[in-house]
Design a protein around this ligand. Structure first.
Ligand code: C2E
Ligand code: CA
Ligand code: CA
Ligand code: CA
Length: 278
């Protein structure tokens, strides 16, 4: 098991079986999790800095494990990617997020955008546009309310196939953002060649905003770059008021982070929106 993270180790710390057999066990459990409906989506609010209103939510995957409790993706995503199980899992995520989005729309919750994380494998192997079209059609969700978060890794190859799919998605009305911006092999040229809407500044830069002048310089540069290219810029991982103030000063458009709320279940998210205004 090469790319299993630290969480996986802790996850199995009490398990005395050999590592390979533990991995096999996790894989078996992971295979059954979809049919047993053990996956659930949590939602983290995204706030517009100018209006102070909630404009969207990022859908984040959780595994409600019958014995081990609620698991964050760090403990099983690596294996899901290695085994290809990420494909059916992410297909479920997409459908579930769209279903939820349509319900919230019908409930009059406002124009809440829902962002879904896309896996690199998914973008390469599956017909993403077909998946997305199907999810939108069967849910009835308004396409402009769906956002797909892509990593720099997906964009890096300048793959014709990927560019084509992105244009099809855009023509549907779906918006596209770059996740963890600044942490990949930032080839700036891809920003021009892809139909993007938003950059999400990685939380590692936001975290050091108050303490490290170079973090501030990087955040400022990303915001300026985004705006020059007519992209919206969202800062992730905002945890403190000083970080928020700096981001506001720098002209950042949107924020997301524990300072507002962590990822929470759908019903708690609705309550949060009601309380904090739309
Ligand atoms: P990400 O896309 O960068 O998601 C943001 C992560 O940062 C989430 O971790 C979130 O809980 C956490 N976070 C949010 N605000 C703060 C903050 O203020 N401070 C700190 N320290 N952390 C914050 P989570 O939910 O454990 O997800 C981890 C990663 O797993 C995600 O990183 C994403 O890459 C991946 N992931 C999550 N859901 C999915 C999914 O449905 N499909 C795929 N392919 N990947 C997913
Ligand atoms: Ca993300
Ligand atoms: Ca991110
Ligand atoms: Ca990430």
């Amino acid at each position: 098991a090469k790319s299993l993270g630290g969480d996986t180790w802790r996850f199995f710390a009490a398990d005395m079986r050999p590592r390979a057999s533990q991995t096999a066990h996790l894989e078996t459990e992971l295979r059954g999790a979809l049919s047993r409906r053990e996956f659930v989506l949590f939602y983290q609010p995204q706030i517009d800095l100018r209006s102070g209103k909630v404009v969207g939510a990022e859908a984040l995957l959780r595994w409600q494990h019958p014995e081990r409790g609620l698991l964050a993706p760090g403990s099983f995503l690596g294996l899901a990617e290695e085994t290809g199980l990420i494909l059916p899992i992410n297909e479920w995520v997409l459908n579930e997020a769209c279903r939820q989005g349509a319900v919230w729309e019908a409930d009059g919750l406002g124009d809440l955008r829902i962002a879904v994380n896309m896996s690199p494998i998914q973008f390469r192997r599956q017909g993403v546009e077909t998946l997305v079209k199907d999810a939108l059609r069967s849910s009835g969700m308004r396409p402009t309310l769906l956002e797909l978060e892509l990593t720099e890794g997906i964009l890096l190859g300048h793959d014709e196939h990927i560019v084509k799919q992105m244009h099809v998605l855009r023509s549907l009305g779906v918006t596209l953002s770059v996740d963890d911006f600044g942490t990949g092999y930032s080839s700036l040229s891809y920003l021009r060649s892809f139909p993007l809407h938003r950059l999400k500044i990685d939380r590692s830069f936001v975290q050091d905003l108050g303490s490290d002048p170079s973090a501030l310089a990087i955040v400022r540069t990303i915001i300026d770059l985004g705006h020059i290219l007519h992209l919206q810029v969202l800062a992730e991982g905002v945890e403190t008021e000083p970080q928020l103030q700096l981001l506001r000063l720098e002209g950042c458009d949107e924020v997301q982070g524990y300072h507002f709320s962590g990822p929470i279940p759908a019903d708690a998210f609705v309550a949060w929106v009601m309380q904090h205004g739309q």
